[in-house]
Write a protein that binds this ligand. Structure first.
Ligand code: F0G
Length: 358
C-alpha cells in the first residue's frame, strides 16, 4: 500500500476493487474512487413491447459524476497518481471534464480542461468549475481541443486523461462485465451512442474478455450510433464542422475510430447515424418512462427504433441499450420542450382549478 493518504487508500467499493484481477493495477496502485460502477440495468417494458424484444437499459447516468466517464477516470487518475504525475489534462464535450475534475480533486492533482466554446451543457461546466478545474474555452470544436491536448501532453509533464489514455478504456470495459453479470449471458444486440468512440471500443473489449473468461459463450452484435451531422465513421471521412443538438457526441474525427469499426465489423454489427429529431423524440419518450438522460444517450434509443423499423432486431432477442449520461447535465433541453410551471395564488381553490380537480 502506498503512503498517498487516506483519500487514495484502496476502498472496499468502486470498480477497481470489484474487478481488480481484470485491470492493470498492482498492490502499489493508490486507488482514487468515488464508488463508481455497479449501475442499474433497467428493464424497459415499453421499449420491449415496441420492438418485440427484451430491452434492457444500462443506466450509466447513475455514476458519481453522472456519466460513464467515471469508470475510466477512476483508473486513469489512480495510474496518474501512481506514476507521480502532478497534473492531468483533457479535451471534452463536457462529461470527461466533469469526471476528470472530480477525480483529480479527490487525488489532489491539478486538472486542466479544454472545452469547445459555447457547446458544453451547463451542468457539465458547473461540475468542472465546482471541482476546481482550470477550464479553458477553446475558440474551436472538440477535435481542435483534442489536438491541442495531445500536443500539450507530448511536450509537458501532464497526463492526458482522454480515452487515448489506455487506462480509460480498461476501466470502461467493466460496464460490459456488469451487463453480463446482470443478465447471466451476453445480450444478442448491444446498442450505444458513438462520439470519440472510446466507449464502444471498451464494451467490445469487455465482452471479449468475458468470453475468454467463459462467463459467456457468445458475443453480441455491436451497433453504434452517431448523430447525422457528426457522423464521420458512417461517411468514412472526418467531418470538419460537426453539428448536432447532442453536444456530447459533436465530434468530427474520433480518436478511437478504428476501435469502433473493429467492434462493428468483427461482431457483425454496424455504425449508423440517427437524426437530431429522432434523438429528441427518444429523449422525451425515455422521460415519459421515468428515465432522464442527456440527448447523446437518447441516440441509443433512436438507434434501437431505427433498427427495429428495418427488421434488424430479431423477435424475442435480448437487447442492451447504453444510457451514457444523466439528464440533469443539460437542464436547458429538458425545460425547453416541457409545459412551463404556472403561477397560482397560495390557495387551494385555484390550485384545484388548475389541476382540473375542482
Ligand atoms: N454519451 C455521452 C453522454 C458522452 O459524454 C459521450 C462522450 C458519448 C456518449 C460518446 O462516448 O466518446 O466514448 O464514443 N463524451 C466525451 C466527453 C467526448 O468529452 O465527455 P465516446
Amino acid at each position: 500500500m502506498s503512503s498517498a493518504g487516506p483519500l487514495t487508500v484502496a476502498g472496499k467499493r468502486g470498480l477497481i476493487h470489484r474487478w481488480r484481477e481484470h485491470l492493470p493495477v498492482t498492490g502499489d496502485t493508490p486507488i482514487v474512487t468515488l464508488d463508481e460502477g455497479d449501475t442499474p440495468l433497467v428493464y424497459s417494458e415499453r421499449l420491449s413491447a415496441e420492438v418485440s424484444a427484451e430491452v434492457w437499459l444500462k443506466y450509466e447516468g447513475l455514476n458519481p459524476t453522472g456519466s460513464f466517464k467515471d469508470r475510466g477516470m477512476t483508473l486513469a487518475i489512480s495510474k496518474a497518481l501512481e506514476e507521480k504525475s502532478r497534473a492531468v489534462v483533457c479535451a471534452s464535450t463536457g462529461n470527461t471534464s466533469a469526471s476528470a475534475a472530480a477525480y483529480a480533486a479527490r487525488a489532489g492533482l491539478v486538472c486542466a480542461v479544454l472545452i469547445p466554446e459555447g457547446n458544453v451543457a451547463l451542468g457539465k461546466l458547473a461540475q468542472a468549475l465546482v471541482h476546481g478545474a482550470r477550464v479553458l474555452e477553446i475558440e474551436g470544436n472538440f477535435d481542435a481541443a483534442l489536438e491541442l491536448t495531445k500536443e500539450m501532453a507530448a511536450g509537458h509533464a501532464v497526463t492526458i486523461v482522454n480515452s487515448i489514455n489506455p487506462f480509460r478504456v480498461e476501466g470502461q470495459k467493466t460496464a460490459a462485465f456488469e451487463v453480463v453479470e446482470a443478465l447471466g449471458r451476453a445480450p444478442d444486440v448491444h446498442v450505444m451512442p458513438v462520439g470519440n468512440a472510446g466507449n464502444i471500443t471498451a464494451y467490445w473489449r469487455g465482452y471479449n474478455e468475458a468470453l475468454d473468461e467463459k462467463w459467456i459463450d457468445s458475443l453480441p452484435e455491436m451497433h453504434g450510433f452517431q448523430a447525422e451531422g457528426a457522423n464521420p465513421i458512417v461517411r468514412g471521412e472526418p467531418v470538419a464542422d460537426p453539428r448536432t443538438i447532442a453536444t456530447a457526441i459533436r465530434i468530427g474525427n474520433p480518436a478511437s475510430w478504428r476501435g469502433a469499426t473493429d467492434a462493428a465489423t468483427l461482431s457483425q454489427g454496424s455504425i449508423r447515424s440517427v437524426r437530431d429529431k429522432e434523438i429528441l423524440e427518444a429523449y422525451r419518450s425515455l422521460a415519459q418512462e421515468g428515465i432522464f438522460v442527456e440527448l447523446a444517450s437518447a441516440a441509443s434509443i433512436a438507434g434501437l427504433r431505427q433498427m427495429s423499423e428495418t427488421g434488424a432486431i430479431p423477435g424475442g432477442s435480448t437487447v442492451v441499450c447504453v444510457l451514457t449520461g444523466h439528464g440533469l447535465k443539460d437542464p436547458d433541453w429538458a425545460i425547453a420542450g416541457a409545459p412551463q410551471p404556472r403561477k397560482v395564488p397560495a390557495a387551494l381553490g385555484p390550485i384545484l382549478e388548475h389541476l382540473d380537480l375542482a
